[in-house]
Ligand binder design. Sequence first.
Ligand code: SAH
Length: 501
Amino acid sequence: MFLTIRTTGTAERPATDLGFLLHKHPDKAQSFTTAHGRAHVFYPEASAELCTAALLLEVDPVALVRRGKDKGRGGAPDAALAQYVNDRPYAASSLLSVALSTVFRSALRGDCQARPGLAGQPMPLRIEVPALPARGGPDLVNALFGPLGWTSVEAVPVPLDEEFPEWGDSRYVRLALEGELRLADALRQLYVLLPVLDDAKHYWVAPDEVDKLIRAGEGWLADHPERKLITSRYLSRRWSLTRQATERLELVRLAEADLLDVEDVDNAVDETTDTEERPVPLAEQRREAILAVLRDSGASRVLDLGCGQGQLVQALLKDVRFTEIVGVDVSVRALTIAARRLRLDRLGERQAGRVQLVQGALTYTDKRLTGYDAAVLSEVVEHLDLPRLPALEYAVFRAARPATVIVTTPNAEYNVRWESLPAGHVRHGDHRFEWTREEFRNWADTVAERAGYTVAYLPVGPDDPEVGPPTQMAVFTRTDTAPDTAPDTANDSTEKEAKAA
Ligand code: SAH
């Protein structure tokens, strides 16, 4: 089983940087023991212009059968010979995928300490797998790799016997992918799609395969047109796992739609204004406004609820007065991006000790969120269905109950001022609603009164005399008047929360 990865170099980036990304030195041939045999990594060519890494897996067919037996899948006696005489040692398949993930573990994760920044860059890649079992043939290969950003996907059927073309094609193709991709993305695609094409998984599918699939599918699987087939084949058609994975991918897809984010829309709109100097993007104005209020409030321990990709967390980290910063989001992908943005893995101990990213849903009370000075909900409430707002209100204002709560949300009245926004439309596909100034105040006044807070309103962005500012902000300050429900009676049941609120 054989796979090659080739890249070309540029003036700033020699091709041999591939060695840093793969964590395998181009001048050395190395061997590794994997579950199914020896894996060898070597470089047939390694110059500044051109560098090719090869992964060769020498499968031990006997070990393969033994492992099968160990797991109680020895098979019927008449299948015994087939177990020894099969294509596993020669064809790229799920075994190669396991070897990939073992030998290139850091590369798959996109970690590259020696050349930080390199792993995040797309690079020219050519990946070849000379013999890839592909049930579904070249058409399926194209359907699977086609939508993933490659400029060329080539799958040529391998004839059963070159000397007897009339025998027709085997079930193997020679695969060649070419394009500009991040190496980690390319490897994660192969890790999932090689076994999907092979469609004969060699090991028992364990429940944690769903986690592996979701992780390896980050950024490309959730909205792949063939995600159903990929999920079902990858999980060997175990329907309960497939259903679980499908549901989780759907959540990921929705959260990722969120990630298109207000920021993109606001910025796109900003570009349409025809001023000499580039105006400060609205998202940045919002962050500055939030920081100013937080500084005024004297807060040092701050929650960023629905932190998204972590821009505010990053800004908070730059100011030492904020000693403890917790970003919370329901989207794992958002948190992954936030962690990368913050370079959490590379922060010094002191800095790292100030920040924490937590996965959680804001419509559930969460003990981890109690005892903070301030909480920010920046462009978050409009992402919740209206009937879920009382649950959020309970979780934030009754259970977590920080001294200051800052809520920002779009002002729907201002939408007529966005030239690129058709009348009557919301700014972002995932906004469940957008409020006028009056609607926002009605909500916030009620919340404040019920929970024992006072509330003040601030404009963010140009305050239009007619329609108001593009972003509206409410600053809640806790009064010591006890609310009608004590926070420590908070119950984890959302139904109760909703009713209580
Ligand atoms: N606060 C950021 C991101 C706003 S986008 C900013 O101002 O730029 C809205 C974010 O809220 C998304 O990241 C989304 O995943 C998150 N979100 C939506 N509903 C949520 C919920 N119920 N619990 C936690 N986070 C939620």
